[in-house]
Design a protein. Structure first.
Length: 456
């Protein structure tokens, strides 16, 4: 069997956060999710996550995922270190199993790297193998020590390394593959004779070499893959890398992103060809955008489906559907469950919530459409309000096809406006309007002569 063990028990003190560092997000996806997905992609038979700090939060977040959890005991008398974390999962694998060990705070490894690493281990039939990288600045990483025949003989942690060893630029990425047999024979012999007084997983390599086993090393060419997260600064660095990767992948598939350094497209988003993204746009990962869409300005789109040939300018769209040819903004807001039909125009400072707006309908500016069903070809004037809430309950407003709603009209729900009817500007309508009628609701204008003079 192929067993994966993900080390995710660390406290992450430098994050200074109320939640575990593995639950922080990179491009809209938790750090740990990236690592779990690597295991799924590698077709591991079992994936085990070692949890400790904030484990209740981690378990709750991944309760629907194909993973198992093991709690790492902490406290006085309990050992610490990566070796100890792996040892508590020793009963989960047999001698003949292949065990892949990863860290839960390194989201940038690619599926190709992990698959190639495992293929290398299988081809060489190694008892143990480490994924290494050649880096320009190795500070903080364990150094790979090679013997006369270039085989790996040890991994020395930064704090325990001599000056000569610190000059080595080949480092441990934190990913290992061992046979279950190799781990069973060494984990119980690890010692804490190091600067951290911890049980190092890296010492398994030294013990296996002493037993006469050859330890392999598979070296990757892109050192940014190994970037881990221990602070908010490192979180920002990995975020920048992931967003660059995402944006470049879309551009390679025919999407234009004019300023990829500021456009934020989350992991999992889908964007069609010849769509143009211009400016500090933020697209969440559960959004689907069609072809030939133009999105610009400070727009944010989340959980929504956008059809082809839509134009969106400096607007917010949440959990909504926008059909082909619609135009939105600037400064419009589609709140959850808004559905715009084909060629609808929602303009300046218009808000739509839990409403269906039929094709070719226009609401150009300063309107609120809440809990409404608006037909085709309707004109909604400036300042129109769907008054849908009486303080206790919400009610729906139905406006049929080709109705004309004048400026500053209040439609007090529940309300139905008939097909082709007109509502005069400034009216507050509380009764149904039949098809083809004109509804006017205003008090008689009264001018008081000399009123200003009388106030003196």
């Amino acid at each position: 069997m192929k067993i994966a063990i993900i080390l995710a028990a660390g406290e992450g003190k430098r994050m200074k956060s109320k939640k575990p560092k593995v639950l922080h997000e990179v491009a809209g996806k938790t750090v740990l999710s990236y690592v779990v997905d690597l295991c799924t992609g590698a077709q591991m038979d079992k994936t085990i996550v070692i949890v400790g700090h904030g484990e209740d939060q981690v378990r709750a977040r991944f309760e629907e995922e194909p993973v198992e959890f093991i709690s790492q005991p902490v406290g006085e008398g309990k050992p610490y270190g990566t070796g100890y974390a792996v040892s508590i999962a020793a009963d989960e694998f047999e001698d003949d199993d292949q065990v892949l060990i990863l860290t839960g705070d390194t989201p940038l490894f690619t599926q190709e790297t992990i698959d190639d690493f495992l293929e290398f281990v299988a081809e060489k039939k190694l008892e143990g193998c480490v994924l290494t990288a050649m880096v320009s600045h190795p500070f903080g990483y364990g150094r790979i020590i090679r013997g006369a025949n270039s085989n790996v003989v040890a991994i020395v942690e930064e704090r325990d390394a001599t000056d000569k060893e610190k000059a080595i630029t080949e480092v441990n990425t934190g990913i290992f593959a061992f046979t279950g047999r190799a781990l069973h024979s060494t984990l119980n012999r690890l010692e804490t004779e190091n600067s951290q007084n911890e049980l190092y997983l890296t010492d398994v390599v030294k013990l296996l070499v002493q037993e006469g086993h050859q330890i392999g090393a598979y070296t990757i060419g892109d050192e940014e893959e190994m970037l881990g997260i221990n602070s908010r600064v490192q979180l920002a660095k990995t975020q920048a890398v992931m967003r660059r990767r995402i944006n470049e992948s879309f551009m390679e598939e025919g999407v234009t992103i004019t300023h990829p350094e500021i456009a934020q497209v989350d992991y999992g988003a889908k964007i069609g060809r010849d769509t143009i993204i211009e400016g500090p746009v933020h697209i969440d990962g559960d959004t689907v955008i069609g072809e030939d869409v133009y999105i610009r300005g400070d727009s944010r789109i989340s959980g929504s489906k956008i059809g082809d040939h839509v134009v969106i300018e400096s607007s917010v769209i949440e959990s909504s559907t926008v059909e082909e040819g619609a135009s939105i903004g600037p400064f419009a807001h589609l709140r959850p469950n808004a559905h715009l039909g084909k060629n609808v125009h929602i303009g300046n400072f218009v808000e739509v919530k839990n409403s269906v707006v039929g094709e070719n309908t226009k609401a150009g500016h300063l309107a609120y459409i809440g809990d409404g069903e608006v037909g085709r070809g309707v004109n909604i004037g400036c300042g129109v309000i769907f008054a849908n809430y009486n303080g206790k309950e919400k009610f729906r407003t139905v406006v049929h096809d080709h109705a004309f709603i004048g400026s500053n009209v209040n439609l007090v729900a529940p309300m139905e406006v008939g097909e082709g009817s007109y509502i005069a500007a400034g009216s507050t309508i509380t009764k149904a309007v039949d098809a083809g009628d004109l509804a006017v609701e205003r008090s008689v204008q009264k001018n008081i002569p000399g009123w200003k003079k009388k106030q003196k």
